[in-house]
Design a protein around this ligand. Structure first.
Ligand SMILES: Cc1ncc(COP(=O)(O)O)c(C=O)c1O
Length: 400
C-alpha cells in the first residue's frame, strides 16, 4: 500500500510515478527540474492528439472569449453542431453529452434500462445487463458493482444489482446469460485497463447477432478504444459492427477538458425525455468547441491511418521482444500495446515503468507485470522508435 508523501493533503487514491510535470508539447512533457520525458501513456488515450495540439488550444482560447457555460436550461450555438459532427463521424443517429467517461457509461446503463422497461416491456425493476470479467468502465458505485477487480470493487458495497458477469471474449457465455430480462450487453471492444485484451475475431459480430436475435442492446464502451487509437475511428469499425449505444470520452475532450457522450440509436436515446437525465456541464460551449475541433482532426482519417502505420512498427518491435524472451506476451492493435514483462527478469510492471522514467520515457503499469503503451497518435516515427529502444535497453539490462 503506497504511503502518501509526508505532509501531503492529497487523498492517497493514486500512486503516481515520481515525476512532477509542468509543461507539455506534443508527445513531450517537462518536469519541475527541466527534465524532458516522452509521454507514452497520453493520459490513457485522453491525449490522442498530444499535449496542447495547436488546433485544439486555438478552439478553446477562442471559445473562452465567447461563452463557456449555459447549463442545459438554455441552448447555445455549438451544441447542435457538436452533436451533428460526432454522430456523422461515428455513423450514429443521436448524441447525449456528458463530461467524464463514468458518466457516459452511467448514461448508457440508464438509457438501456429505460428502453428495456418502456420499449421491450421488461417487468419493472427486473432489467439485467450482461458485462464482462476484467472490464473497466469507471468508478461510480453502480459501475464498480459490475467490476470483477477486487481493488476497484471491494469495500464499496452495497452493490447495484442487475449485472451478469461472463468471461470476456466468449460469445456463447453471453448467449447463455441472456434471458427475457436482459436489456443490454455492455462490453469494451478492447479491454484497456485489463492490459489491452483483444477479443477473438468474430466476437463482436457474434454479439451483434445475439443482441439482434434477442432484442437486446449492444452497448460498447469506446472511452479508451475510440477516436483513432485502434487505427480506425472506433474499435468496432475493425469488426464492421455498429453498436446500439457507444460511450465516448477521454480523447473527445482533446486532453483539455472532460468531454464524454453516448451516441447511438435515436429510438433508444429518445427514451430519455426532459427531466429524466442530465448534467449541468454536459455539452457546455467550451466542451463543444474543443469537441468540434477534435472531430475536425479525425474527419479526414489521416490520424487513424497514422495509428495503423505506426502500429505496424510497434507490433514488429514488441513481437521481436517476445521472440527475444524479454516479454512473456504482447498484444497490439493500432497504436496501442499491452506488454507482459517476462517474470524471469525479476521486474514487475511498476519497476519497469520506473526504469523507463529514469531514461526519459513515461508509461504505466497495469495488473502486476503488464505495461501499456498508448502514445499520442501524432508521435513522430523517431520518437516512437526512441521509446521502443529505451524499453529494449531496460529489459535487456534486467536480463543480464
Ligand atoms: C473503457 C473505459 N470506460 C470508462 C472509463 C472511465 O472514464 P473516466 O475516468 O473519465 O470516468 C475509463 C477510464 O479509464 C475507461 O478506460
Amino acid at each position: 500500500m503506497p504511503v502518501p508523501a509526508a505532509g501531503s493533503v492529497l487523498a492517497p487514491n493514486y500512486h503516481p510515478l515520481d515525476v512532477v510535470l509542468t509543461t507539455g508539447d506534443g508527445s513531450w512533457v517537462t518536469d519541475v527540474h527541466g527534465t524532458r520525458y516522452l509521454d507514452c501513456l497520453a493520459g490513457y488515450s485522453a491525449l490522442n492528439f498530444g499535449h496542447r495540439h495547436p488546433a485544439l488550444v486555438a478552439a478553446a482560447k477562442a471559445q473562452l472569449d465567447a461563452l463557456t457555460l449555459t447549463s442545459r436550461a438554455f441552448d447555445h450555438d455549438l451544441l447542435e453542431p457538436f452533436a451533428r459532427a460526432v454522430t456523422e463521424l461515428t455513423g450514429t443517429e443521436m448524441l447525449l453529452p456528458m463530461n467524464t467517461g463514468a458518466e457516459a457509461v452511467e448514461t448508457a446503463v440508464k438509457a438501456a434500462r429505460k428502453w428495456g422497461y418502456d420499449v421491450k416491456g421488461v417487468a419493472p425493476g427486473q432489467a439485467t445487463i450482461v458485462v464482462a470479467e476484467g472490464a473497466f468502465h469507471g468508478r461510480t458505485t453502480t459501475i464498480v458493482s459490475m467490476s470483477t477487480d477486487p481493488e476497484t470493487r471491494d469495500g464499496f458495497g452495497p452493490y447495484t444489482p442487475g449485472f451478469r458477469v461472463v468471461p470476456y471474449g466468449d460469445a456463447e457465455a453471453v448467449a447463455a446469460a441472456i434471458d427475457e430480462t436482459t436489456v443490454a450487453v455492455l462490453i469494451e471492444p478492447v479491454q484497456g485497463e485489463s492490459g489491452v485484451i483483444i477479443p477473438p475475431t468474430g466476437y463482436l459480430p457474434r454479439l451483434r447477432e445475439l443482441c439482434d436475435d434477442a432484442d437486446v442492446l449492444l452497448v460498447l464502451d469506446e472511452i479508451q478504444s475510440g477516436l483513432g487509437r485502434t487505427g480506425t475511428t472506433l474499435a468496432q469499425d475493425l469488426a464492421a459492427v455498429r453498436a446500439d449505444l457507444t460511450a465516448l470520452g477521454k480523447a473527445l475532450g482533446g486532453g483539455i477538458l472532460p468531454v464524454s457522450a453516448v451516441v447511438g440509436r435515436r429510438d433508444v436515446l429518445g427514451v430519455l425525455t426532459p427531466g429524466t437525465h442530465g448534467s449541468t456541464f454536459g455539452g457546455n460551449p467550451l466542451a463543444c468547441a474543443v469537441g468540434l475541433a477534435v472531430v475536425d482532426l479525425l474527419r479526414p482519417g489521416d490520424l487513424q491511418a497514422r495509428a495503423r502505420e505506426l502500429g505496424g512498427l510497434l507490433t514488429d518491435r514488441v513481437d521481436a521482444l517476445v521472440a527475444e524472451g524479454l516479454l512473456a506476451g504482447a498484444r497490439t492493435v493500432g497504436l496501442w500495446a499491452g506488454l507482459d514483462v517476462e517474470p524471469a527478469l525479476g521486474l514487475n510492471g511498476r519497476r519497469t515503468c520506473e526504469l523507463l522514467a529514469a531514461r526519459g520515457v513515461l508509461a504505466k503499469d497495469t495488473h502486476g507485470s503488464t505495461i501499456r503503451l498508448a502514445p499520442a497518435l501524432t508521435i513522430s516515427e523517431p520518437d516512437l522508435a526512441l521509446a521502443l529502444d529505451t524499453l529494449t535497453d531496460v529489459l535487456r539490462e534486467a536480463a543480464r
